[in-house]
Write a protein that binds this ligand. Structure first.
Ligand code: ADP
Ligand code: MG
Length: 224
């Protein structure tokens, strides 16, 4: 029966299955994490593998969480939001991780940025994913500048880093599911990011050269 379905229908079935499986994995995983932590506390031998085990459990959890977002039909709660508020919130949320990695986050403010109709939690998720990627591209520290540029019917958010950049081949694979160059990456962050932006009738583009940093531009329409 699956072979006879149209592409659209297949997407729905795969999405529903991914959601169901992801849910089933979450519960045993959280119990596994709890018992691993308990065992770690009991173990007097400090030379152990618990940190690695807990790290890997967290990674499975991150993959499953992203799969849940991808499989779910959108239930965006859209209303008028001030982008500046959202960006400042995310930047202060990421400040600790940035500082630890020797990364400075700078926000370039402009007066009179029009309100954007969006789901603020989803746009926060987008910015967290992009800023996290930028930090992870700068293992020796660097700078992230976030700029908001108002247009006539849209607002652009430009996120620029001074990190390792991307080659042509990597650029073409950015949104492929599970494409990652990181040891602990999921390769789902940008897919989730793109899904959210498209559900807002916006767009995302990358401009990058290997060794020269990366510019990500997210454009969101203003008004309904
Ligand atoms: P993950 O972060 O889990 O690897 P993503 O979907 O967020 O998955 O990103 C996929 C890949 O895109 C990353 O592994 C990295 O190679 C590349 N990438 C994304 N953003 C940047 C960036 N700002 N600078 C350099 N490479 C990036
Ligand atoms: Mg990522």
């Amino acid at each position: 029966a699956y072979e006879n379905m149209r592409q659209q229908e297949k997407h729905v079935v795969v999405g529903q299955m991914a959601t169901a499986i992801a849910h089933e994995i979450k519960n045993p995983l959280s119990s596994l994490k709890g018992f691993t932590q308990l065992q770690q506390e009991r173990d007097s031998n400090t030379d152990n593998y618990y940190p690695i085990m807990l790290n890997e459990i967290d990674r499975i959890n991150a993959i499953v969480t992203d799969l849940l977002i991808l499989g779910k039909p959108s239930n965006a709660m859209k209303r008028e939001n001030d982008l500046m508020n959202i960006i400042e919130y995310v930047s202060s949320m990421m400040a600790l991780q940035a500082e630890r990695e020797g990364v400075q986050i700078e926000i370039e403010t402009r007066e009179s940025i029009p309100a954007v109709v969006c789901d603020d939690n989803q746009i926060k998720q987008v910015l967290i994913n992009l800023i996290k990627n930028a930090i992870e591209a700068m293992p020796n520290g660097g700078r992230i500048s976030v700029q908001i540029v108002p247009g006539t019917k849209e607002v652009s958010i430009r996120i620029k880093d001074t990190g390792k950049g991307l080659c042509e081949e990597q650029l073409s694979k950015l949104f492929d599911p599970f494409f990652t160059t990181k040891e602990t990456g999921t390769g789902l962050g940008l897919l989730v990011t793109k899904k959210i932006i498209e559900e807002h009738q916006g767009s995302i583009s990358f401009d990058s050269k290997l060794g020269e940093g990366t510019l990500v531009v997210v454009t969101l329409p203003t008004g309904e």
